[in-house]
Design a protein around this ligand. Sequence first.
Ligand code: P6P
Length: 338
Amino acid sequence: DAAHVLDRDCTTLSRHVLQQLQSFSAEAQDLSALMNRIALAGKLIARRLTRAGLVEDALGFTGRTNVQGESVKKMDIYANDVFISVFKQSGLVCRLASEEMEDPYYIPENCPIGRYTLLYDPIDGSSNVDINLNIGSIFSIRRQQGDDLDQKATDLLQDGHQQLAAGYILYGPSTVLVYSIGRGVHSFTLDPSLGEFILSRENIQVPAHGANYSVNEGNFWQWDDSIRDYIRYVHRHDGYSARYSGALVGDFHRILMQGGVFLYPGTRKRPEGKLRLLYETAPLAFLIEQAGGQASTGTQRLLDVVPSELHHRTPLVIGSPEDVALVESFIQERRRQE
Ligand code: P6P
């Protein structure tokens, strides 16, 4: 019978969003359409990546540096422009803010309709592109507040609770899209033969504790004593495994699925850390809290942080509640001693 025709009850992303909201309100329709555009961007980027070694303009550097002072890779630009083009057609997004662009990109003809803003890191971990290791795209959707006539996008400088939706696309052995619109965290796997993201895991809950701790220990002597205390603790105790790929999305996905903690602490030189709030740490914090986990700067709940500017950076401690609490306990202990 029909049930056996399909491998599984193919729940596509757009259908899932509408089911999530159990309504067909204007916002539900908008979010479903927005998620569909993100899925399209993911498919276009995944397709380019699978041929990275074969097509001329996918590997290597452009010779430019971005607002972060990082050398820009061809794939960064391609992915950045893919999101702009799929949202131009959508009519829903009138501003896009990206790691790759100093200022937001405006699509004025879309403003009267959608009034949504996409904040994204088009290719996170792009150093992995040339060595065929996992990379990701991170996204967050906020509603535009006010008319932003001066195009300063100051309404974006609000805490992470303003996010309507957040998620990422992980380009790994399979392409996985993980998202939340505030009703749990769900993952979809791209079926290339269908060209559709099909529901693979619903209501993902991060384990209360996990063995993985994910941090770049090469920075050990740059850290505060509190982080070194935590690292010495996990070195001395059985049951911990170091896992670090150098690409945030893959390292986060491992923590979400298996538990544990990912850290990118501040250093003496850069106390605010490396990762950016609006399109990296805040979307992941939204997700991990929806999955029953925690995210902090080490001293403050991540979703409460108010950015001072578009490319605001924060330290990050994110993952299983027990493991995040353990890191924070070392920070609190050192503060008590000061
Ligand atoms: P480090 C990649 O450049 C990135 O932004 C994240 O994807 C990743 O977690 C981090 O930086 C890696 O930084 O300093 O450990 O190489």
